[in-house]
Design a protein around this ligand. Structure first.
Ligand code: PGA
Ligand code: ZN
Length: 428
């Protein structure tokens, strides 16, 4: 199963920005494809996303250099290698790059190749991608976190919080969680029209918020859940991504709606207060990626009550997850392959998280493609949770739909723990 050719070219993501697609072809003619997503609220500790930075081409965002790296030195190194040895291929990519954070070749460059190799190898071995990646051990369909309203960097800062998401607590199956989400997403849309707040959708397909305060959105979400015929706090709960690194100026956290500045301690009080006043089950990046003492303090207060997720804090990087474990900084880790750059390192981050009793959540980016790798990754690793954005738009639905297909392919091997996944970290 030798790699015969590697071909990369520029495609476009869901925001219309350039990104990398790579096709790997094996000697038997089998092909695999990798497509790379891109963030907007990118963490400072993520592996580097290589862009051409030429202001005259695609606003500096073209990826010609990444493509030249793939079609040149990476292809030369990969051709003739066994596509079935993902760890060796990824180790070679890391070695070729030679930097700490993929800054020479770019994490987007390296990931396109790593994803394409996995896809090609799964086809060459006649196995579905989730079976190949998980070595036949993956069977858990994930509990979705689905965005209803977008904000922050994804909606021109109309409100401060980046993601207002729904978790269907009493779903009996993956499909059931989608049905409830559909009801609430549709009802929220109707209510926004009735209230004169309908403004279209933000980057991940959630409604673009026309609200004066962040808590007004929380109140609205509770109303939408109730109006759709479900009980907030019992059937459904709210998950928030504060993306707080974007709110932090190095000293204080800043809200725009309404205008406010908070020290780390004051912001922890605010987050704690919201968690007591609203049916919140999960908080992501409630503090900045440099505020380690704040994270430890917040976790001390809330760790057995809500899921506390590090995204920018950990950047899918095993070294940073280790530091989080040592500092009792969280109890869950957001997993984004392009934050670290290879399939092998992504799986290592998931395994490290699970081994230590924390929960991984496999996640898309705000700039996505039709690629469905993360749906397979979530099942392959029995991660238990997935976050893909909202319940609208093709690049989001591609992932939700792929999980339906994987569930069908698994047949009676498919498992779904739903919100029981939280029993591993929370006292409920
Ligand atoms: P990003 O947002 O892809 O723009 O970083 C997603 C997230 O913060 O979870
Ligand atoms: Zn996030």
């Amino acid at each position: 199963m030798k790699i015969q050719s590697v071909d990369a070219y520029q495609i476009f993501d869901s925001r219309g920005n350039p990104t990398v697609e790579c096709v790997i072809t094996g000697a038997s003619g089998v092909t695999g494809v990798g497509r790379v997503p891109s963030g907007a609220s990118t963490g400072q500790y993520e592996a580097l996303e290589l862009r051409d930075e030429d202001p005259l081409r695609f606003g500096g965002r073209s990826v010609t250099n990444a493509i030249e790296h793939i079609n040149g030195e990476i292809a030369a190194a990969m051709i003739g290698s066994d596509m079935r040895n993902q760890e060796a291929l990824d180790a070679r990519l890391i070695e070729l790059d030679g930097s700490q954070n993929k800054s020479r070749l770019g994490a987007n460059t390296v990931l396109a190749v790593s994803l394409a190799a996995a896809d090609a190898a799964s086809k060459a071995t006649g196995r579905a991608l989730y079976e190949y990646l998980g070595n036949g051990q993956g069977s858990l369909l994930p509990l979705p976190e689905i965005q209803i309203i977008g904000g922050g960097a994804h909606a021109h800062w109309r409100v401060d919080i980046q993601d207002f998401l729904l978790v269907v607590m009493n779903a009996v199956s993956y499909e059931d969680s989608l049905k409830v989400t559909y009801d609430i997403y549709q009802k929220a849309g109707d209510l926004l029209v009735q209230q004169g707040r309908a403004m279209g959708v933000a980057d991940e397909g959630g409604y673009w918020p026309l609200f004066e305060t962040n808590t007004a959105v929380l109140d609205f979400l509770v109303d939408a859940i109730d109006a759709a015929g479900y009980v907030a706090g019992r059937d459904c709960m709210i998950s928030l991504d504060f993306a707080a690194s974007d709110l932090y100026d190095g000293e204080c956290y800043r809200f725009r709606v309404p205008d406010g500045r908070f020290t780390s301690d004051e912001f922890i009080d605010l987050v704690t207060d919201w968690c007591h006043r609203y049916p919140i089950i999960s908080i992501e990046d409630p503090l900045a990626d440099s505020d380690w003492t704040g994270w430890t303090r917040l976790s001390g207060r809330l760790h057995d009550r809500v899921q506390i997720v590090g995204d920018d804090l950990f950047t899918t990087n095993p070294q940073r997850i280790h530091k989080g474990l040592e500092n009792n900084a969280a109890n869950a880790v957001l997993i984004k392959p392009n934050q670290i750059g290879t399939v092998t390192e992504t799986i290592a981050a998931i395994e490290l998280t699970k081994r230590n009793g924390w929960l991984p959540i496999v996640s898309a980016r705000s700039g996505e493609t039709e690629d469905t790798f993360i749906a397979h990754l979530a099942v392959a690793t029995n991660a238990g949770q997935i976050k893909v954005g909202s319940f609208a738009r093709g690049e989001r639905m591609a992932k939700w739909n792929e999980l339906i297909r994987i569930g069908r392919a698994l047949g009676n091997r498919a498992r779904f723990e739903g919100a029981r996944i939280y029993d591993r970290i929370l006292h409920r």
